[in-house]
Design a protein around this ligand. Structure first.
Ligand code: SAM
Ligand code: SF4
Length: 343
């Protein structure tokens, strides 16, 4: 049923190049703004989610992905909200996975891990080979405090299922001042010992939350300095197509990534755009300019017409964001939550 959009592929399309000469080959797609967790840095506990009628159908998401693949997208990352709580998500994953090797090179997911015990084997069968699993602490009580609704044991069981199924898992942790700051070192040792890469993320000022972001913000320059006291960090050229910069930790032999939107702007090599579950294409995570691709679909545009709309949007991709967490009184840099744009 979901095969149709790919029939309309125009083989002559030239790839997407933005005004700064960056080839856009990486699409992140937020499948839903909903989530079974309520992480303190990401959402308010009493979040109001989008009405279902505003959310793209899986067929619409697939049509848009097909256009992007035709325009040179090599990598698609499904995210959210929690992508694996979207109803019938496997139908979309199966269909997108069937395009690996025909333009698409990689289909990945960022997940909180809560559903991995259920889905890992099928994810592998449908072509997913790598997933990012977000775990900010290995302390069950603290995990509950950070995620509000999450259960660490369930996530760790999910991670084991994923590994057993053959998925390469990278652990993502947001660095939170005074929360998991002293645990990052032991988490890295644990992850590397289990065979997982590990990435630390700086908190980004996105969306209104209950907490004060200046209280949460921990610059990764400080994390790096602290880790240096314990580990030998060797710069690495390793790249996954995402924004992380990697080092090798000599003592563990594992890789450690840093995503540093605030202390080190990663925009110059940005190859990404983001599609929200409502069909808005954001050319930059940290800017408000967008293109309403759902409207184009509703006007009946497909094939070349839809691709033209995407090209027009890419011609507006800005040079970079200007996130800043400085004054206590200042609100978020962008009003939408990370769960809307997709992390
Ligand atoms: N629910 C999935 C998960 O948690 O992995 C996917 C969506 S989540 C928005 C993607 C990533 O963004 C997670 O690793 C999460 O920790 C991170 N994140 C959420 N809000 C953030 C913020 N304000 N600053 C930095 N990272 C954030
Ligand atoms: Fe949900 Fe992921 Fe946001 Fe946590 S970070 S609330 S798991 S979307």
């Amino acid at each position: 049923m979901l095969d149709k959009p790919f029939d309309k592929i125009n083989k002559d399309s030239s790839p997407l190049i933005d005004p700064f000469g960056r080839a856009i080959s990486y699409l992140r797609v937020s499948l839903t703004d909903r989530c079974d967790f309520r992480c303190v840095y990401c959402m308010a506990e009493n979040m109001t989610f989008l009405p279902k009628a505003d959310v793209l159908s899986l067929e619409e998401i697939e049509t848009l992905c097909a256009s992007f693949i035709n325009l040179g997208t090599k990598k698609i990352r499904l995210t959210g909200g929690e992508p694996l709580v979207r109803k019938n998500v496997l139908t979309l994953i199966k269909s997108l996975g069937s395009k690996i090797g025909s333009g698409l090179e990689e289909l990945t997911l960022t997940t909180n891990g809560s559903q991995l015990s259920r889905f890992s084997e099928q994810l592998y069968d449908y072509g997913v080979r790598r997933v990012n699993v977000s775990i900010d602490t290995l302390n069950p009580e603290l995990f509950k405090k950070i995620t509000r609704w999450g259960d660490l044991e369930k996530v760790l069981n999910g991670l084991k299922s994923a590994t057993r199924a053959g998925l390469k898992c990278k652990i993502n942790a947001v660095a939170l001042k005074g929360v998991n700051e002293n645990e990052l070192q032991s988490m890295i040792e644990w992850a590397h010992n289990e065979g997982h890469d590990f990435t630390v993320i700086e908190t980004m000022p996105m969306g209104e939350i209950t907490e004060d972001r200046t209280d949460q913000y921990l610059p990764l320059s400080m994390v790096r300095a602290k880790l240096r006291e314990k580990f030998t960090l060797t710069e690495s050229e390793y790249k996954t197509g995402g924004p992380a910069r990697y080092v090798k930790i000599e003592e563990t032999g594992g890789r450690l990534g840093f995503i540093t939107p605030l202390t080190h702007n990663f925009c110059e090599s940005c190859n990404r755009v983001r599609l929200t579950c409502t069909g808005m294409l954001y050319m930059c995570l940290g800017q408000d300019d967008s293109a309403n691709l759902r409207k184009e679909l509703q006007q009946g545009k497909t094939g070349i017409e839809l691709e033209e709309a995407i090209r027009e949007a890419i011609s507006r991709k800005p040079k970079g964001h200007d996130f800043e967490i400085s004054r206590r009184s200042s609100g978020p840099a962008v009003k939408r939550h990370m769960s809307v744009t997709g992390g």
